[in-house]
Design a protein around this ligand. Structure first.
Ligand SMILES: Cc1cc2nc3c(=O)[nH]c(=O)nc-3n(C[C@H](O)[C@H](O)[C@H](O)COP(=O)(O)O)c2cc1C
Length: 370
């Protein structure tokens, strides 16, 4: 993504964040797979690759991670990019691979390919708002034709033995909220779970999530889990999402970039631990260092470029002085990275650690590139 705009990022409205957490089984089963928690990492193209998933898992509390969206045709041709996107490790479990295409045949073949390669779950993207994807009939465009969408899911489900899930938005625009109907249709043809981002394609990333429409989607399905998604930034938000919508699980995307400890915080709260939790300075700086090192193992020197975009998300929560955050956006070598980290350790405390409440970078509207 090239961040082109910013919008306010306050999480869910304060009036919705109150009190009680849903008390229930911490585990959830999707397609026969038992997942350790009900709080998942939502796919974020350009971010949620193996290094990030690994360091987030190591902090605890994560139930399931999903890869960035992978173009089915690229997967089938074995492109370098698609191999990087599905790179994984034995510890990187539970994992789902998200695929997208406007061509059902490609999705079917990609699903078989992934099953043969040993992956345990496939997620079909029906939420991507990118013009490039939608114009080929993929992403959110698939939601515009219910019959076609249902047939697509049915064919992928029939093609493999592993569970197939679907990630959708509420619909194309305000006038066509199709998520509840589609979720039920997908359930009938064998989808193992549905994730619903509570915005329409038209909204892009603007406006607020529509919790009522997520709730309507939850109520439309009979058996399978529905995963609520959108604007969850704190443990309170996550519990409010579950309480208000009745969803079985919650997927968190940007909230994990803003606060990598969000899954651990949720786990603590759901276990009844009300003591405030704050990682130590060393834990914060170690996290930064571990993420870069994990990236370096996979991407070598190019990590110096790839890591830069994380700086803006991490800076505030990790308490990185602004001038050093700025240097993290521009560094060119591992040596320079090490110098910056050394400085962060020395100067930590100059910037007050906080959860950013505004100006988080986002793709601009539904038609831009990530
Ligand atoms: C930079 C960026 C990349 C994204 N990439 C994907 C993707 O690859 N697949 C997908 O289904 N959704 C993608 N999304 C949407 C997120 O998974 C999620 O639905 C959305 O950001 C709302 O949740 P959040 O407020 O927790 O981030 C992306 C969002 C952002 C901001």
């Amino acid at each position: 993504m090239s961040p082109q705009s910013t919008i306010e990022n306050g999480g869910l409205p304060a009036s919705l964040q109150s009190q009680a957490s849903p008390v229930d089984d911490p585990q959830i089963t999707i397609g026969g797979r038992v997942l350790p928690t009900r709080y998942f990492l939502a796919p974020l193209a350009g971010y949620t690759q193996l290094p990030f998933r690994t360091v987030i898992r190591n902090l605890g509390g994560l139930g399931l991670a999903t890869t960035d969206l992978v173009l089915a045709s690229q997967l089938l041709s074995g492109s370098k990019k698609s191999r990087e996107l599905i790179a994984t490790s034995p510890d990187d479990r539970p994992l789902s691979v998200q695929i997208f295409s406007g061509h059902t045949d490609e999705l079917v073949r990609a699903a078989r390919h992934l099953e043969r390669a040993g992956f345990e779950c496939i997620d079909i993207n029906m939420g991507c708002p990118m013009a490039k994807v939608n114009s080929q009939g993929g992403g959110a465009r698939l939601m515009c034709n219910a019959d076609n969408a249902r047939d697509t899911v049915a064919r992928v489900v029939d093609a493999v033995k592993i569970p197939v899930t679907v990630k959708i938005r509420l619909g194309w625009d305000r006038e066509s909220i199709s998520a509840p109907i589609l979720a039920r249709e997908f359930e009938l043809v064998g989808a193992a779970a549905i994730t619903v981002h509570g915005r329409t394609r038209q909204q892009g990333f603007h406006g607020t999530v529509n919790l009522d429409a997520i709730r309507a989607t939850v109520e439309a399905v009979k058996e399978i889990p529905v995963v609520g998604n959108g604007d969850v930034r704190t443990a309170k938000d996550a519990l409010a999402m579950r309480r208000i919508t009745g969803c079985d699980a919650v997927a968190i995307g940007r909230g994990a970039l803003i606060d990598p400890w969000i899954f651990k915080r949720i786990e603590r709260v759901t276990q009844g631990n009300t003591e405030p939790f704050e990682p130590t300075v060393d834990e914060k700086v170690d996290f930064l260092q571990n993420h870069f090192r994990a990236m370096f193992v996979h991407r070598g020197i190019y990590s110096c470029v790839l890591f830069r975009k994380f700086a803006g998300w991490y800076g505030s929560r990790l308490g990185i002085p602004e001038e050093l955050e700025d240097r993290l956006r521009r560094f060119e070598s591992t040596c320079e990275f090490d110098q910056i980290v050394k400085q962060i350790r020395l100067r930590h405390g100059e910037r007050k650690t906080s959860v950013p409440t505004a100006l988080v970078k986002l793709p601009n509207g539904p038609v831009e590139r990530w």
